[in-house]
Write a protein that binds this ligand. Structure first.
Ligand code: PMP
Ligand code: GLU
Length: 396
């Protein structure tokens, strides 16, 4: 059968493919330790679920406006707009509520880029970015900072890949898959470069609250922490999936200048309309009951920090042949595995398959994130599972 050129290069999501395979093997009775999944292992806090149930009982089951419930858009603007420098002037008009952050990324790329455009993708990248750019018929161009500085980009890295066709840059901090976090100064260097080169910046800040900084409860720096003059054209992508353990509810949002938001909303009005109404009601509770939410997030981030320390220590002690980057945020460990490549195991895909076969530990090949030397391990799992996974990897 022939398919449209729209999906000529489309591959299914590798992260989802590995976690689906892990679930299948487990259902077949294999003893699988699934460290592939990119989602918190905590349940959604009860009080958030209850708010949705109450909303359904009250009949909040109909369409909302395409860009979301007005009170949710307002709550997003208020939550992101608190404590940022003067001059940003965030209002509900800036916000478009989407079916997961993934749709916010899709809306932004589809609305801003097209044939002939080049979009810089900070590498290692989250696996869906290049696919989404290609769905917009634009060309992803990969750009990586030096590995010894956690791959963070500088203006000169960006200068080296810029062409007259460069129209966009997708950045993710804290990064999936590396856990790298940009400092405010580093972020400012990148936003000023994008501004000066007339490049739309898409800043994926979905892991911002999962940050292991010096001060407990301090979010990772984001573009809204910068002076507005140092940011040109921007779309911020965020959502409740990670910070509130709400991956299955499918609520994300984009925040941008209202002029861009109106286009994103128009696009969405012809694809999915509004994000599911009960899920929006749940997200509204998550974003407005701020004290309760902060306490739950603090507990979850404390658990992730403890596990981060645990896996980094265990890898260094028991698996010194597999060096790791110490993540400053998110819940992934990016493990350098090419030291174990052989003729029979020549790349990260083969390495992950071999490890899954021999030990039952499921990880995602670095090739899915644009760097074949690595594999990604999610530490959103219990201490026991993480300890057992390292034990099995070391016993090979
Ligand atoms: N951006 C990044 C970096 C992610 O890891 C994810 C997780 N899948 C998303 C966006 C999409 O989030 P959501 O599940 O809200 O669509
Ligand atoms: N963001 C997660 C991951 O990277 C979830 C899976 C997906 O949406 O790709 O594994």
């Amino acid at each position: 059968m022939t398919f449209s050129p729209n999906i000529a290069n489309l591959r299914p999501s590798a992260t989802i493919a590995v976690s689906t395979l892990a679930k299948k093997l487990r259902a077949e009775g294999r003893d699988i330790l699934d460290l592939s999944a990119g989602e918190p292992d905590f349940p959604t806090p009860d009080w958030i679920s209850e708010a949705a149930i109450e909303g359904i009982r009250e009949g909040r089951t109909r369409y909302t406006p395409a860009p979301g419930l007005p009170e949710l858009r307002k709550a997003v603007a208020a939550s992101l707009g608190t404590g940022i420098p003067a001059g940003w002037d965030l209002t509900a008009e800036s916000v478009v509520v989407t079916s997961g952050a993934k749709q916010a990324l899709f809306n932004a790329c589809f609305a801003l880029f097209g044939p002939g455009d080049e979009v810089l993708v900070a590498t290692p990248y989250w696996t869906s970015y290049p696919e989404i750019v290609e769905l917009a018929q634009a060309t992803p161009v990969f750009v990586s900072g030096a590995a010894d500085r956690g791959f963070r980009l500088t203006a000169s890295d960006l200068d080296a890949v810029r062409t007259p066709r460069t129209r966009g840059l997708i950045l993710c901090s804290p990064s999936n898959p590396t856990g790298t976090v940009y400092s405010l100064e580093e972020l400012g260097e990148v936003t000023r470069w994008a501004r000066d080169n007339d490049v739309h910046l898409i800043s994926d800040e979905i892991y911002r609250k999962i940050h292991f900084g010096d001060a407990e409860g301090e979010d990772a720096p984001g573009i809204l922490d910068l002076e507005p003059e140092s940011v040109g054209s921007w779309v911020l992508v965020d959502g409740v999936s990670k910070a509130f353990a709400m991956t299955g509810w499918r609520i994300g949002y984009s925040v941008s200048a209202p002029e861009i938001a109106r286009k994103l909303s128009a696009l969405q009005s012809h694809t999915t309309s509004n994000a599911a109404t009960p899920s929006q009601v749940a997200a509204l509770a998550a974003l407005t009951r701020t004290e309760r939410a902060a306490a739950d997030i603090r507990d979850m981030v404390a658990a992730f920090r403890r596990r981060r320390d645990l896996v980094v220590r265990l890898f260094r002690e028991k698996l010194p042949q597999l060096p790791v980057l110490v993540p400053g945020g998110a819940f992934y460990l990016f493990v350098r595995v090419d030291g174990e490549f052989t003729e029979a195991v020549p790349d990260s895909g083969a390495w992950c398959s071999r490890v899954l076969e021999e030990t039952g530990v499921a990880m995602v090949p670095g090739a899915a994130f644009g760097d074949d030397r690595y594999a990604r391990l999610s530490f959103a799992s219990s201490d026991e599972v993480l300890e057992e996974a390292v034990r099995r990897l070391a016993a090979r």
